[in-house]
Write a protein that binds this ligand. Structure first.
Ligand code: NCD
Ligand code: ZN
Length: 366
């Protein structure tokens, strides 16, 4: 039976939420040997100011950090809450936040483009207002949900292009050119266009990749309308998945790393649509191992285990400058049964269970 031991890892893009969800969700992260996270700021209201005493009607990073800590996050080695960029973000906020040490990263969402993106503002406005320049000047990371906002449905996902490809063809190259020292995390990339852009950019441009985008394609979502696989950016085509797989399997990978985009929803499908987000907290290293095998890796070989370790444990934390974790965990090729995660706000279905799979091939031992 294949088994290999890894250092604990950081989930560098996840959604911990609030209220009754946050404690069970953090527990799920700790159970999958996560020693820390980048906790996304699309809370209600969004974490779009830095300090509690700022009168703006948002959650502060300071408060959200405290909530995470008292909900079990004190078990993390480190965690980052990026500042949600809105029309109210100013260059002064960035400068002050950087000086205080509370601000380490910010998050750009395409306005109205995904769950909790209603407070966002267009990238062009953030460039004009000097916010992006302030990020570059103060060495604050820009985490980008790279999809064009407000596209006509015909163009959002068409035979020839889609919202992510448009963003990585039109917006991102210009952003990088105008701000060459800006450090950018291209979040949850899904297309070959995005992979190619990250590869050909300098060392300040990196990307995280989710398990679902390595495992599935849009056909898996559409065949039977498997709504648990509905997340944004959408799963794409086989060529795109191949580009993602090649990127993570490259022994010289220094740019592509784990970030699950685990996004819990107690209600996924409703009468008039579906909430975007796949829930993978608790089982992500197992799913990444499965994805590597599907991509052709032989995880019984130590050289290939090292490539996996680079992707899961080193590339991202090195870029973020995170503390090295102390503990280890072991991935074992032994089936694990799946169950819903129970929370006071309702049950959450892990992605494979939502697709009708009662077990996954890999399990974890602490
Ligand atoms: C995320 C969520 O539910 O918060 N959903 C998703 O489909 N990924 C938001 C996001 O990261 O886009
Ligand atoms: Zn996300």
């Amino acid at each position: 039976m294949t088994a290999f031991t890894l250092p604990k890892w950081y989930d560098l893009h996840t959604h911990l939420r609030q209220d009754g969800l946050i404690a069970p969700i953090i527990r799920a992260h700790l159970n999958m040997a996560c020693c820390g996270v980048v906790a996304m700021p699309n809370t209600k209201p969004p974490a779009a100011k830095i300090r509690k005493d700022d009168p703006l009607p948002y959650t502060s990073i300071e408060e959200y950090r405290e909530l995470i800590l008292r909900s079990g996050g004190d078990g993390f080695t480190d965690f980052i809450v990026p500042l949600y960029l809105t029309k109210d973000t100013t260059p002064q906020m960035i400068a002050d936040g950087a000086k205080s040490g509370l601000l380490r990263a910010v998050k750009y969402y395409p306005p109205h483009g995904t769950t909790g993106a209603d407070f966002s503002t267009a990238l062009s406005g953030l460039i004009q207002s000097g916010v992006i320049k302030a990020l570059e000047d103060h060495n604050i990371l820009l985490c980008v949900h790279g999809e064009e906002h407000g596209m006509a449905s015909e163009d959002y996902f068409s035979r020839s292009s889609n919202a992510e490809e448009y963003f990585y063809r039109e917006r991102m190259p210009r952003l990088i050119e105008e701000f060459p020292k800006l450090r950018v995390v291209c979040e949850h990339i899904t297309t070959k266009v995005a992979v190619d852009l990250v590869k050909k950019s300098g060392g300040g441009v990196v990307a995280n990749i989710t398990p679902q985008h390595l495992i599935y394609t849009v056909g898996h979502l559409l065949q039977g309308l498997k709504y648990h696989l509905y997340c944004l950016p959408l799963v794409k085509f086989a060529e795109d998945r191949q580009a993602l797989r090649d990127a993570v399997l490259d022994p010289n990978n220094t740019k592509f790393f784990a970030g699950t985009d685990s996004a819990p929803h107690t209600v996924k499908a409703t009468e008039c649509g579906c909430a975007a987000g796949c829930f993978t907290a608790g089982i992500a290293p197992q799913l990444y191992a499965e994805a590597f095998e599907m991509a052709g890796a032989d995880l019984s070989q130590s050289a290939q285990q090292k490539i996996f370790e680079k992707f899961l444990c080193h590339v991202g934390p090195d870029f973020y400058g995170l503390e090295k974790p102390k503990g280890t965990f072991t991935l074992v090729k032994e089936p694990q049964a799946l169950a819903k995660t129970e929370t006071p706000d309702g049950d959450i279905t892990p992605l494979p269970l939502g697709l009708g799979q009662k077990t996954i091939p890999w399990s974890i031992k602490a």
